[in-house]
Design a binder for this molecule. Structure first.
Ligand SMILES: [Zn+2]
Length: 171
């Protein structure tokens, strides 16, 4: 057999080996249970709410440039809505119609204010979205137990150990 052919076969074998092994190497970090995904989305939602509060606080202190404030605020609110949408997708099986309706209403309200250009009350629409996000925060399952103190992974009340790094969650 020619040496070139042997190298070719070796190369193909290596590619196949990588192809087979790769998914296994990826698995531990990648597989999150649905609960964990929901938990981290809720946590992310909390972070956004905190950022909103901070932004408002900084704004009252005059630390934020006036022209930046509305943009920054809007960006955070949009992120919040995005997370709520993801949550709704995840939780579609459970009875979430009420939250879904609230979300639809908020989106409809946004559309209306942008269509009817008479006095576009930006504050009202923002407040509505904010309330939506905040209300969602209250209706959260009590399953979330915050984050692992070691690796920052989202953990659940039912987790005695961090699912990612094994750090005990209860001290
Ligand atoms: Zn951890």
């Amino acid at each position: 057999m020619e040496i070139g052919a042997i190298f070719l076969i070796l190369a193909v074998l290596m590619l196949v080996a990588i192809f087979v092994i790769y998914p296994f190497m990826q698995k531990p970090g990648k597989i999150l249970t649905e609960d964990h995904r929901i938990s981290s989305l809720l946590a992310e939602n909390d972070r956004i709410l905190n950022s909103l509060q901070e932004l408002d606080f900084d704004n009252t202190l005059g630390k934020i440039p006036e022209e930046d404030y509305p943009l920054m605020r809007k960006e955070l609110l949009n992120k919040g809505v995005e997370i709520l949408k993801q949550l709704d997708e995840l939780k579609q099986s459970t009875d979430n119609s009420e939250v879904e309706k609230m979300l639809e209403d908020a989106i409809a309200a946004r559309k209306n204010t942008s269509e009817s250009q008479s006095m576009p009350s930006v504050d009202d629409e923002d407040e509505e979205l904010e309330e939506l996000i905040a209300r969602r925060r209250l209706s959260r399952d009590s399953k979330s137990a915050g984050f692992c103190s070691k690796c920052g992974n989202a953990i659940l009340v039912s987790d005695a150990f961090c699912p990612r790094c094994g750090n005990p969650t209860k001290i």
